[in-house]
Design a protein around this ligand. Structure first.
Ligand SMILES: [Zn+2]
Length: 305
């Protein structure tokens, strides 16, 4: 019965959303493994870093229909559209059960999640998506480059962190959106904003959340951290598109209506789980711009490793 309902939801959802003729849908895989067997989709990754990234926190209402269901070091957001739930990001593979537990603690049913939006094809934000999509029946939504990375479960050839390698569970049911495209569900319209640089598939998401007659613009920003594996050079000619991507992302991020900023890594937006002080998105962009400028200067002076 549940499988039937999920199927119906997918068929009806596919019409009004995004108007994307190239929508890329792949059938979902089977259900979660039987108790007592190892679940390949939640097998732990990055055990040491995970202690900090997945520091447990209770779920928290941000404003109106928007909540946080993630962790001390990785953000996961939940939006109640009135006609289904939307999740943003999936943290690490082993994080999926805790995320769904936080959804339940808020009084929602995980099967109510229709879409899971992805900010980037990296294991720390996308590793849990395969398990979350399987356990909820939701479709994962990403940019074209993001979807390619999530489907492959590995880093793109032009990823500054390619040297780290690594694989994570691949996502099998994906829908692609373009920059500026709208995702509508219930009372909520979410806008996709391409914010390339950290990865060329990075996407940030914005929406309005209302309480009574007051509405606030919320932005879930992809990581803009200009980090790389050792030996990568942002000053190399082959990195030109990445550097141009960062510049475009700063401009985009600074221009967004942004009463509340949730950043993929909360510590990249200062103290706390989100930033609701004026200028949050501008500060977020400027912080990355400074880091990249310093990095480029180190490379040019020969002091970068
Ligand atoms: Zn990343």
């Amino acid at each position: 019965m549940l499988a039937m309902l999920t199927f119906v939801a997918l068929v009806t959802d596919s019409q009004p959303i995004m108007g994307d003729a190239a929508a890329h849908m792949i059938a979902p895989k089977a259900n979660a493994p039987r108790p007592g067997t190892i679940d390949p989709l939640t097998r732990p990754m990055a055990i040491e870093r995970a202690k900090e990234w997945l520091a447990p926190l209770p779920p928290e209402k941000i404003f109106g229909n928007s909540y946080l269901v993630g962790f001390g070091g990785l953000s996961v957001a939940l939006i109640d559209t009135g006609d289904g739930l939307i999740l943003i990001d999936g943290a690490l593979p082993q994080a999926a059960p805790a995320i769904l537990n936080n959804v339940r603690k808020l009084g929602f049913h995980p099967k109510g999640i229709k879409y899971i939006l992805s900010t980037e094809p990296h294991f720390d934000h996308g590793g849990g998506l395969a398990a979350l999509a399987r356990d909820t029946g939701a479709t994962v939504v990403a940019s074209r480059r993001g979807a390619e990375g999530l489907q492959a479960g590995m880093l793109a050839k032009d990823d500054p962190q390619l040297g780290y390698g690594g694989r994570w569970p691949s996502v099998t049911r994906l829908r692609m959106v373009k920059d500026g495209e709208l995702l509508r569900l219930g009372r909520t319209t979410i806008t996709a904003h391409a914010t390339p640089g950290h990865t060329m598939g990075s996407m940030s998401w914005s929406w309005q959340s209302c309480e009574a007659k007051r509405c606030k613009a919320i932005v879930f920003a992809s990581s803009l951290n200009p980090v790389s594996a050792d030996g990568y050079r942002y000053t190399a000619p082959s990195s030109a598109a990445i550097v141009r991507g960062f510049a475009a992302s700063y401009k985009r991020m600074r221009a967004l209506p942004c009463a509340i900023l949730i950043s993929a890594h909360p510590d990249n937006a200062g103290e706390g789980r989100y930033d609701s002080k004026p200028g949050a998105c501008r500060r977020y962009a400027d912080r990355s711009r400074e880091l990249l400028a310093k990095r480029l200067a180190r490379e040019r002076s020969g002091t970068e490793l």
